[in-house]
Design a protein around this ligand. Sequence first.
Ligand SMILES: NC(=O)c1ccc[n+]([C@@H]2O[C@H](COP(=O)([O-])OP(=O)(O)OC[C@H]3O[C@@H](n4cnc5c(N)ncnc54)[C@H](O)[C@@H]3O)[C@@H](O)[C@H]2O)c1
Length: 409
Amino acid sequence: MKRKRLAVIGFGGRGQIYGGYAKEFPDQFEFIAAVDNDILKLEKAKLDYGVKHLFSDYNDFLKAGLDLDIVAISTQDASHREHAVACLQHGYDLLLEKPIATSVEDCLEILKYSQQFNRKVIVCHVLRYSPFYDKVKEIIDSGILGEIMTINASENIGYYHYSHSYVRGPWRSSAKSSPIILAKCCHDLDIIRYLINKPCLSVNSLGDLTYFKKENAPEGSSEYCSDCALKDSCAFNAQRLYTKYRWMAGYFLKGNNSDADIFKDLKYSNYDRCVYKSDNDVADHQVTIMNFEGGITASLTMSAFSKEIYRDIKIHGTKAELVGIMEDNFLEIRPYQGEVINIPIDISEAVYGGHNGGDYFMMNELHKELNGIKSSRISYLDVSVESHLMAFAAEKSRLDGGSIQFIKM
Ligand SMILES: NC(=O)c1ccc[n+]([C@@H]2O[C@H](COP(=O)([O-])OP(=O)(O)OC[C@H]3O[C@@H](n4cnc5c(N)ncnc54)[C@H](O)[C@@H]3O)[C@@H](O)[C@H]2O)c1
């Protein structure tokens, strides 16, 4: 298979995963160009990844007219439309970070341009490629569960991850990024749609931002954790969270990542804000129920309130039930006749990236796809738009007190 030429627009956390894959597997990808409006990110691309073509403005990147096989767009949610449309008009195929865009109109516009210019757009629904969901799909397709009647899934974000991303971080504001049912749960809605493999007809959703609000701030708490007298007794103490979960500190660290560096760069930044006194507005818990063609139902519970980050799923079929937890690589089939079957999940081949092998296998399959080898797991834009419409409809329903919202493609 041929080596493919990659450019990345937005060389932050996700962009570095894609660039890093090329560095790790140079027989698959050549990392040709990086575009970022942060000079430190460009320096990193040059020094750590050996990238030759560096641009602080994507217009200059487009003007350079580089010969590329794929452009990864991993800027923040609100920029996806602008960057994706410009690249499509320029004739590039895209690996587009989720969410596709932050409104129905923008998602459909990107779809329109991809069709008009006959370009591939692959959306980074990484879960599809993880050995866990791959096995779940294989089990469904084998028929052992019988017909699927209902799916019950949950997305447990983890108290520390939620406070980092959705109270203090880039996804805290619906208007500036996107509602959490899109920003976070488009993965889950995509997986549910993918597993049921039928169109979703309608959704209802309930939920709210109930806890991370000013009225719940303990008496005597400060605006910032760094100088809060209550920090030792607070589960959301930023100093403790960012020294414990150091990957999260990457969002604000300017230099090294010793405890002292973390404390210095953290102090009085957004990430130091008291979780009860930020300017966040996205829901901290939300339940969405879905009705699919053929009377199949599904529910998804999203919650900030869990000790760890994990997704679980229960699939109730006419012949057996399936129960699984992705992060534990736990999967069990419980047939109505016969013994429980434990299904081993092997992620040892996924030697790079996160999402339980999802990042590694997505890039691996992207390389194959660009070499003309088709995969049923690839999340093309048209199908991904469908699960995004489910998310927009769910948010509309939530804001409307749980009203039924019909999905129109
Ligand atoms: N697929 C997944 O599982 C997954 C996981 C996390 C994040 N994401 C998505 O990936 C995207 C990026 O998230 P991240 O965590 O890497 O964020 P990030 O903030 O670390 O990275 C974004 C990068 O884009 C750069 N940037 C911002 N505006 C720019 C512009 N106009 N031109 C060029 N560069 C610009 C920033 O400097 C930064 O380096 C988001 O849309 C997010 O929702 C997807």
